[in-house]
Design a protein around this ligand. Structure first.
Ligand code: SAM
Length: 352
């Protein structure tokens, strides 16, 4: 295993600082803390076009954009796609103060789906009202403005919710953060400013896609970055269970099925073979074979299935040269005690 050297390089520090401005969504498995290590890896490789196939919070795709690459960000969840559409594909559109004022104005068509469906659950009535009225306004906005507004609404809702996850519907887990008592409309205004500040043009034709990874055309990427939702030995890694409210909010629950018998009013989960111990090996094998023409960079945590040795062998069966870098990583997810328990070694595999 090749230890990753962390000699400070001014260029990497500058890039990491710029990426640090990317709005931080508390997202399971997000790689905010891995950015300096990933930057070292990316900077050592020859590539111009890149795919972040499981983009999640969007922070790795954004790092690639800051590096000047032509980036395609993909995730099969709508809300993750919306963030990437607003920040990776979008090269210059911002929410002007008029747009923010319009979203904060009163309900333009009387819609009330959120108030009716979630009354008494996650937020006070005034916040649910605001989400309906914001949607009545942004529904008619041009695509990038709409995505910026939705990304900001999702970030605001995640910040107000205890631990950022929608598995509980009361304030039992009140962690004392001021955001939990701030009206959503104020949190939205702040989040809109944060997203506005990271919009830029890197001079490339970047794209955001919302597809299953196996539906993507594998040609045309010099490098692919994979950060799939690995099967943990215990627990689960169901994104919909945790983030169903954000997923629904990003599309106003259109086309989504709410499981009415659930206390949390969650939507039906999206199947992925990466979530299960009995299907993840075949899924990873198929992924590596499909993208074997590209340099493969793979993030992987040591407390997942399959283990690092097996993964290395799988990559070596499709690529001649495989390096593994180990980076100590404390998961940013969970309470403090749980986070310490989850201390794991994070691997970055590079196969070329
Ligand atoms: C570990 S997270 C990625 C985190 C991301 N790298 C970050 O830093 O925020 C895995 C992501 O894969 C997505 N995903 C899971 N199965 C997928 C599939 N079959 N196709 C596309 N995306 C998928 C999930 O929605 C989730 O956002």
């Amino acid at each position: 295993m090749e230890p990753l050297s962390f000699l400070p390089s001014p260029r990497i520090n500058r890039t990491a600082e710029r990426v640090a401005a990317f709005p931080r969504l508390r997202y399971m498995g997000s790689k905010y803390r891995m950015i300096p290590a990933l930057l070292r890896v990316f900077e050592s490789l020859p590539f111009d076009t890149a795919l972040d196939a499981f983009s999640g919070s969007g922070v790795v795709a954004y790092t690639l954009k800051v590096l000047g690459k032509q980036v395609t960000a993909n995730d099969f969840l709508h809300f993750a796609h919306t963030v990437a559409h607003a920040t990776i594909e979008n090269a210059g559109v911002r929410l002007e103060s008029d747009d923010v004022d319009e979203i904060l104005a009163d309900n333009s068509d009387g819609r009330d789906f959120i108030q009716r469906t979630f009354a008494g659950l996650y937020f006070p009535d005034a916040d649910h009202d605001f989400l309906d009225s914001a949607w009545s306004r942004l529904d008619h906005m041009a695509p990038y403005k709409r995505s910026l507004a939705l990304a900001a609404l999702c970030l605001a809702a995640a910040r107000k919710q205890p631990r950022g996850v929608f598995t509980v519907t009361d304030l039992r887990y009140d962690d004392g953060r001021r955001a939990m008592r701030t009206p959503l409309r104020d949190l939205f205004g702040l989040a809109a400013g944060e997203y506005n500040r990271v919009v830029f043009d890197n001079g490339r034709a970047n794209r955001a896609l919302c597809a299953d990874v196996f539906a993507l055309d594998p040609s045309d990427y010099d490098l692919v970055y994979f950060d799939p939702p690995y099967a943990p030995p215990k627990d689960d890694n169901d994104y919909i269970k945790r983030y169903h409210f954000l997923e629904g909010l990003s599309v106003y629950w259109r086309g989504q099925t709410i499981m009415e018998d659930t206390a949390t009013k969650k939507i039906v989960k999206r199947y992925t073979p990466f979530a299960y111990k009995h299907t993840i090996r075949a899924a990873l094998g198929e992924l590596f074979t499909r993208f074997q023409k590209s340099i493969i960079v793979l993030s992987y945590s040591s407390n997942s299935v399959p283990d690092g040795r097996e993964l290395r062998a799988m990559l070596e069966s499709v690529k001649p040269n495989v390096e593994v870098h180990a980076v100590p990583h404390l998961y940013s997810f969970g309470t403090h005690a749980a986070a310490v328990r989850r201390q794991a070694e994070e691997y970055i595999f590079v196969a070329r």
